[in-house]
Write a new protein. Structure first.
Length: 381
């Protein structure tokens, strides 16, 4: 969906990174109900356990990659549209963000509310701890993660909304910081934020498990890494060879953080997310200087990246329906769980395409109505 403002040039490398992140999120949410997606299935003996776990249970880490990408793209877009962070036009920025986020969010919330009211498992809250009104209110006020921190885990269908609260807080506050703080002070604040707040999730007491996973500050720190990467990419146009090396090193850092997470946490003294955020930031700086050419075998992944918002908000409808159907047909039999993953990704993709087209038509209708309005100061013929 195109937003108001100048056309955005797509970067194939960034789209693929975002596509990988959303695939990991979907697979993670599908793996959790099955406990292990490929093991103990029929493929268990054919794939290394480390690879199985890296593919299946890094959805949370993938969300942090989204945070870094979000900070990077928003910063570069402000500079592209307004010329400088200190010249950001608040009304234009907030309207563009609202039109990108709110229509689809309202549609998803309407569907979630209906399913919760009908008592559908995975969507209906436990009335002892949560309510539909509480879930709705926190989602609309972008305090969903705070609501979960106070009341416990939300139903699976609603739970994805926690990260949107963090991103929205960034969208609201970041332009104001750009206007209020001198550039050097802003960079210093972002650097302190990125370095000091990432490990906070590992310092929260384990007893407060929900808030440990979904607090504002660590997510904001990941976004700060993205902003810093964008500022670096705007100042430093590194040579193509250096850019490719930077992207490769960033990819290796992400692979290490996801494949050897326990070792990464030990090396970074409980803050393995540093490696993940820095790796994503390095890849983004590299891709900004050297945009990889589209490759036929990865076009599907890049397309998943362009639809990441639609996929993120809608995939749980598909995941929960497939899990319920599998259990109804095969019960707890684990042998064939691996066969559902590719079809689930395909159906999620199709649903995301439909939602994207619907939101694009809504936006086009809005611009069409605006263009037909009479001017406040008619010009003489």
């Amino acid at each position: 969906m195109h937003l108001p403002g100048p056309p955005v040039t797509r970067n194939f490398g960034i789209d693929c990174l975002r596509g990988l992140a959303i695939v990991l999120v979907i697979v993670h949410h599908l793996a959790l109900p099955f406990r292990l997606p490929l093991g103990p299935s029929l493929l268990h003996d054919w794939l290394p356990k480390r690879l199985i776990n890296a593919i299946s249970f890094n959805g949370y880490e993938a969300v942090f990659i989204f945070f870094v990408i979000s900070g990077f793209l928003i910063t570069r877009r402000i500079v592209a549209v307004d010329g400088d962070l200190r010249q950001v036009r608040l009304r234009r920025f907030y309207v563009a963000r609202a039109w990108r986020i709110v229509p689809l969010l309202l549609a998803v919330l309407a569907a979630l509310t209906v399913l919760a009211a009908l008592g559908v498992p995975g969507f209906a809250p436990d009335p002892r701890d949560q309510s539909i009104h509480g879930l709705l209110g926190s989602a609309l006020s972008f305090t969903f993660n705070w609501y979960e921190g106070r009341t416990g885990w939300a139903p699976a269908g609603w739970d994805v909304l926690w990260s949107l609260s963090i991103e929205e807080a960034f969208y609201v506050g970041f332009p104001l910081l750009c206007l209020w703080l001198p550039r050097r002070v802003l960079v210093a604040v972002l650097l302190i934020w990125a370095v000091c707040l990432v490990p906070l999730r590992d310092l929260v007491p384990v007893a407060d498990e929900v808030w440990r996973e979904k607090a504002y500050w660590p997510g904001m720190a990941a976004i700060a890494w993205g902003v810093l990467a964008a500022l670096l990419s705007l100042k430093w146009r590194c040579p193509p060879r250096t850019a490719r090396l930077l992207a490769l090193l960033g990819a290796l850092a992400i692979v290490f953080a996801m494949g050897w997470g326990r070792l990464a946490h030990q090396l970074f003294r409980g803050a393995g997310m540093y490696l993940l955020c820095v790796g994503a930031a390095c890849m983004l700086v590299g891709f900004a200087a050297w945009a990889p050419q589209p490759r036929a075998g990865l076009r599907w992944l890049a397309r998943m990246g362009t639809l990441s918002y639609e996929l993120y908000l809608s995939h749980m409808f598909v995941v929960l329906a497939v899990v319920a159907s599998y259990r109804a047909l095969l019960g707890a039999e684990p042998a064939w769980t691996f066969v559902v993953y590719v079809p689930v990704l395909a159906v999620c993709y199709g649903l995301a395409v439909l939602l994207n087209r619907a939101m694009a038509r809504l936006l086009q209708r809005r611009h069409g109505n605006a263009s037909r309005r009479p001017s406040a100061k008619p010009t003489s013929p």
